[in-house]
Design a protein around this ligand. Structure first.
Ligand SMILES: [Zn+2]
Length: 295
């Protein structure tokens, strides 16, 4: 099925398939931070969403986000339609969608959602959306209390795992999900997850800071020495095959059996640990500040 205005496939199966299939991300198209992807107006489809946007929480963006991540439930579509009608957004299919039964009309829900999109000039989230732009959308949905902390972690981990470009800055969210699922204590420090909301707030802040800096490739896999603050790759003392394999598989937050290249201390913490990462970012920010001051 094609959107007759733009020629963009509407991808009817995306609700079921989500983003599990390999995505084609050949032409990254940056979305403006506050651009409402759900309100792309086309020549014959003027934008119906009332202005100004600051007074209307971005429900369309949240729904398209859930849809792109394969997380949209039937009730999300119906609730969205009801909400849109309440905001004076109107179209024939939107009215039908708002009245559908979430238990008995599942196929109709997808069909009428897609025809509502046609009528309102809305388009799915482009597959080429860069992972950090998707992360910004997830953050907006979280800040608007549309998703819970655990779901934000899940969504960001999904973006990290399934987008063709694995954005290294999203790695901690994947680690958090692993720890919440398996509780091994390896992927992410359990103490930092005692309050999931606080962990999410910490990671948003670290993501903000890291994305403003120029950091070396693979920096998240480095470890920080608690003794001399040296940051470098993890080098096990006696790297048996099993140990190297375990290190590769689990990427432990605490690195036993390795020494600092500079001072020989064994108090090393991998930068997936939020405290070690914060300390490392402090150092990088300080140096960047000194360089800027020297210019
Ligand atoms: Zn050291």
């Amino acid at each position: 099925m094609q959107d007759s205005q733009s020629g963009t496939p509407l991808q009817p199966n995306r609700v079921r398939e989500g983003i599990s299939s390999v995505k084609r991300l050949t032409s990254p198209r940056a979305l403006q931070p506050d651009h409402d992807v759900g309100a792309v107006a086309t020549a014959n489809h003027p934008r119906h969403v009332p202005q100004p946007r600051t007074e209307t929480p971005n429900t369309t963006e949240s729904l398209l986000l859930r849809r792109a991540l394969g997380r949209a439930r039937p009730e999300d579509y119906v609730d969205w339609a009801v909400d849109q009608l309440g905001r004076d957004v109107d179209s024939p299919s939107l009215r039908i969608l708002a009245g559908l039964n979430v238990r008995f009309d599942r196929e109709d829900i997808d069909r009428y959602f897609r025809s509502s999109c046609d009528e309102l000039g809305l388009r799915d989230l482009p597959e080429a959306t860069p992972p950090l732009d998707v992360a910004a959308m997830i953050r907006r949905a979280y800040d608007q209390s549309r998703i819970r902390a655990e779901e934000a972690i899940d969504m960001l981990a999904d973006v990290h795992e399934t987008w063709e470009y694995q954005e290294p800055l999203l790695q901690p969210w994947h680690s958090m999900r692993q720890e919440l699922s398996w509780r091994t204590g390896y992927s992410y420090p359990p103490a930092a997850l005692e309050s999931v909301e606080r962990a999410v707030a910490t990671e948003w802040s670290l993501l903000d800071r890291a994305s403003r800096l120029t950091l070396p490739a693979g920096w998240m896999k480095l470890s920080r020495c608690e003794h001399c603050e040296h940051v470098g790759p993890l080098r096990p003392l006696n790297p048996s095959l099993l140990r190297r394999l375990l290190a590769a598989l689990t990427q432990p937050a605490s690195s036993h059996g390795a020494r600092c290249e500079d001072c020989g201390s064994q108090q090393l913490t991998q930068l997936t640990h939020p405290d070690a990462r914060a300390a490392y970012l402090d150092t990088v920010e300080r140096r960047a500040g000194q360089r800027a001051g020297a210019l």
